[in-house]
Ligand binder design. Structure first.
Ligand SMILES: Nc1nc(=O)c2c([nH]1)NC[C@@H]1CN(c3ccc(C(=O)N[C@@H](CCC(=O)O)C(=O)O)cc3)C=[N+]21
Length: 288
């Protein structure tokens, strides 16, 4: 038996169709949503992600604003780029591409973003609202994972989910989303300090692998029929390698590959967050 493929590109295309229609409605009301990106340095991976985000914008009719800074940019230069986007009415929402070079403080940068323009959902106010169960801009990758699971009718209510990785973009926030009443899953968060990873993974109906360790999840760890979402990605000599060993396809019921899985959805929900910010602005203007 081979697992069914949870297709991130197909699902992304469906989301783009919906977003294009919503952008057209915003345009008709005189609003063009704009996504900003702040990119520091010349990491090839980061450049390719940012390029992808801007080409997605063009597909759905979102304007894009790029701020590219050199690898040796100072905190003052980074702050100035952030302040400009905070003040720019053409910028509906934006991101500071992570990771930043070591000499810059990522948390300070994220905190400087105006919370209502935080397209990543990583500002402490938005993460705090998520913890409190209040409406907030949600982190893109966790949103993508949950959308993909729902798209393929994978049951969440009562499901045992094992998340591997405690990073701020996925591992930490996804548990907060999956344990809301609307999802109702039971989540175990594993990390490098987990004593018996295989035992934690083998209990799971759904495995979210977000450790960034090539082929960490092997077939012997996976419960037959489980859904396995490969979020982690590493650039190796062999190219892009996910956290999930290819033989897992023979045991799992469903696999979201990497590439071709949650990556395209992370980008789609970044655009969705921008469109939603623009819709909120329009609703507020109409309510005046
Ligand atoms: N502030 C911030 N927000 C992010 O959302 C953010 C970030 N920083 N830093 C890096 C990670 C990584 N990330 C990806 C986005 C798209 C793909 C993607 O589309 N991948 C394609 C392949 C792309 C390729 O070939 O390079 C795929 O999976 O099929 C992957 C990874 C967003 N991140």
């Amino acid at each position: 038996m081979t697992a069914i493929r949870l297709d991130g590109k197909l699902t992304r295309d469906e989301i783009f169709t919906d977003l294009s229609a919503r952008v057209a409605r915003l345009n008709a009301a005189g609003i063009t949503p704009g996504l900003g990106t702040v990119l520091v340095g010349d990491d090839p991976g980061s450049h390719s992600y940012v390029k992808g985000k801007h080409s997605d914008c063009a597909k759905v009719g979102i304007a894009s604003i790029r701020k590219d800074l050199p690898a040796d940019a100072t905190t003052e230069q980074l702050n100035a780029a952030i302040d400009e986007l905070n003040a720019d009415p053409a910028c509906t929402g934006y991101i500071v591409q992570l990771p930043l070079p070591k000499h810059l403080d990522e948390n300070a940068a994220l905190e400087r973003i105006a919370p209502e323009k935080d397209a990543d959902g990583l500002h402490p106010i938005n993460l705090g609202r998520l913890v409190l169960g209040k409406e907030s801009t949600l982190p893109c990758t966790p949103r993508g994972v949950i959308h993909l699971l729902r798209r393929y009718d994978i049951p969440l209510d009562g499901a045992r989910v094992t998340v591997v990785g405690r990073g701020v973009t996925i591992g930490r926030p996804i548990g907060l989303l999956l344990t809301r009443r609307s999802e109702n899953a039971t989540v175990t968060l594993c990390h490098t300090g987990t004593r018996d990873l295989a035992a934690e993974v083998s209990r799971a109906d759904i495995v979210v692998a977000a450790a960034g360790v090539p082929h960490l999840i092997t077939p012997d760890m996976v419960k037959p029929g489980a859904a396995v979402i490969d979020v982690g990605v590493s650039r190796t000599e062999a190219g892009l390698t996910g956290d999930v060993h290819p033989d897992v396809w023979e045991v799992a019921g469903a696999v979201s590959p990497n590439p071709g899985g949650v990556g395209p959805l992370t980008r789609a929900f970044l655009l969705a967050n921008v469109v939603e910010r623009a819709e909120a602005q329009l609703a507020a203007a109409e309510g005046e």
